[in-house]
Design a protein around this ligand. Sequence first.
Ligand code: AHR
Length: 497
Amino acid sequence: MANRIVIQADQREGIISRHIYGHFAEHLGRCIYEGLWVGEESPIPNTKGIRNDAVEALRALRIPVLRWPGGCFADEYHWKDGVGPKESRKRMVNTHWGGVVENNHFGTHEFMLLCELLDCEPYICGNVGSGTVQEMSEWIEYMTFGGQSPMADWRRRNGREEPWKLKYFGVGNENWGCGGHMRPEYYADLYRRYQTYVRNYDGNRIYRIACGPNSADYRWTEVLMREAGGLMDGLSLHYYTVPGTWSAKGSATVFEEDGWFEVMRKTLFMDELLTRHSAIMDQYDPSRRVGLIVDEWGTWYDVEPGTNPGFLYQQNTMRDALVAGLNFHIFHRHCGRVRMANIAQTVNVLQAMLLTEGAQLVKTPTYHVFEMFKHHQDAELLPLRLDSEEYRYGDAAIPQISASASKRTDGTIDISLCNTRPDSAAEVELALRGLPEGARTEAVGRLLTADAMQAHNTFERPDAVAPKPFDGIGTVRNGVLRVELPPMSVASLVLTS
Ligand code: AHR
């Protein structure tokens, strides 16, 4: 058999931080407004303005952390405009994303409420590009200071007595681009300065995240680690899977096998990026104290025809499900350095979990992968050796199979598998070493697949791509399990002994 996986069930390679399954929601297009926030007066059922159907769907994913308010929006956002009575909040123009009016009805209090409803940690990104040190420092004081102070007292007047717990704070976003077009030397100095005033109040310990590189900009990582590594807890990385070119990315739903293969190949580049950025970080931080935070990742296609080009609304197919599975397996392998990842974005933007139209809501294939993989969160990564057949297309080749395995605290083993080939099934033999002596091991599983690469969910056919019980699993005999993975599929197996 050509596809062979050996899993060592009695050893561990590290902990897969649950934050690798994090999310990102920006004031962009219909992500926050419509997708998550509809306002208290809306006929769409809501809790203090936040739509209930979205919260219910997202809670099932056990979202660990949510990044907000941007993205590029973060370096144009002035938080004071988004607190206090809604009717007197300043209206601004969201110049970066579609030039629409932003009424600031969704601000700090609403975001913190959303995180409470989702039972996730907030990750706030501050404004370095167009904001002041004072503004950033006062935001931290407003949110986290428990005593008497101008900002804490203002928070109380705005209805929140207790300070919030805030762990994750980003000091700017993409400051090499939309966040100010800075050189790394300049940003490193600004980072040093701004982070000084991101204070730890009342036992709240902030994990400071510096703006990291764009994709393969290794010099940015080098300069940041050299000049400011000792003053940060995390360094971000942004990498999107973009087929074609930035000006002609191609459609989310209209593509053939070349478009499928290109997306798989470009997604797998994440592994090289993490390896090379980690190697630079290792030189300055050999104990791996500083986390690599992949706080924007996912597919980026041309927008759906007829939609606002500044809204980045795209459909989501079986191809995107594979992208999610492949990226998670890469993040797991790098869990010694990668402490968080945030898919862009949660609703209605880029590789979304949910798409909405008025009161309608649909779960995407990507949503289902997050749900199927959720047991990897905070589990022990098990050593895994994979010998895979090749998937060759044109002059290039990638592995047909991708896999990862982890162990929960109660000993249950979760294995996830991807078959990247759209045209052929794969037989996979899993050798399970180090299982409890003499115990009988049972395997069950779920499968996400489709009969076409372009398959996706619509409001009319919301379950066209949805997980089903996986009947291609054999029984575990002498520590060996055989599975038959259909073409273009993502599977999750659960092994109990
Ligand atoms: O996620 C969309 C945009 O992509 C973000 O605003 C920005 O940080 C990145 O370029």
